[in-house]
Design a protein around this ligand. Sequence first.
Ligand code: CAA
Length: 258
Amino acid sequence: MDKFQFIETEKEGGIGLIKLNRPKVLNALNRTMIREIVQILEEFDLDHSIKVMILTGNGRAFAAGADIDEMADKNTMGMELANQFADWDRISLVKKPVIGAVNGFALGGGFELALACDLLFASDNAKFGFPEVNLGVMPGAGGTQRLTKAIGKTKALAYIWSGDMMSAEEASEYGVVNKVVAPELLMEETIRFAERLAEKAPLSIRLIKESVYKALDYSVYEGMQFERKNFYLLFSSEDQKEGMQAFLEKRKPSFKGK
Ligand code: CAA
């Protein structure tokens, strides 16, 4: 029996692939599905054979939001006591790169999941948006914060207030996605980029992620102090010796992630 009910997973060549798999309901995110996504992200994070993770959706959506069927009868204290978004918070604790490959709708919680990825590749028919205003609610898994940091207050408010969808082209122009490609090339291009990252020194990749995210919360001064300590820290790794020695010997380095 498959370990997971709502996702499919694959491991190949240093890449851990996670596919949301409820295509009939456009990968609407129920609580079990989010828990499964977080569980596999954490497993891959501790798996030495995996260097980079890719998150995508089966069918014509990345994810069309939280599961409205599951959410419709919720009440305030029930969500507070169940700590409704606790699993989501764990996504930002993942240390390795997570690349989202957005293959269609990324709406509501689906957009929030995409924004929780480190990098985004999108097919040219992808659509991003926050339709919560049409349901009498608002984004609850980080949308107001992450979109505002990504595109600025005025654009974020306009999208979140109106519920309008952002095209892949607009998402690219605003820096929400790294690259837009034809749908049939999405996985190929995303995997190719992930493979390039998988060849780099894993500890460098890890500490760069940690340092870049500090830039979102820290002052430049505090961020630079943090960056410097991480820079020094890498000099206690075998890979720093190997990387620099390989350069001097004019050969390709062989990194071990140690
Ligand atoms: N929850 C539950 N079911 C959903 C869903 C969702 N978020 N999104 C789509 N579905 C289901 C539909 O009900 C439909 O099921 P049936 O075939 O059983 O009727 C199936 O997926 C296919 O969807 P449509 O027939 O609606 O497909 P479409 O192409 O006509 O429209 C769409 C696509 C515009 C994305 C439309 O499905 C839609 O508006 N979906 C809801 C999007 C939304 O409001 N998301 C926000 C949810 S709230 C949230 O996410 C809160 C948060 O911050 C955590």
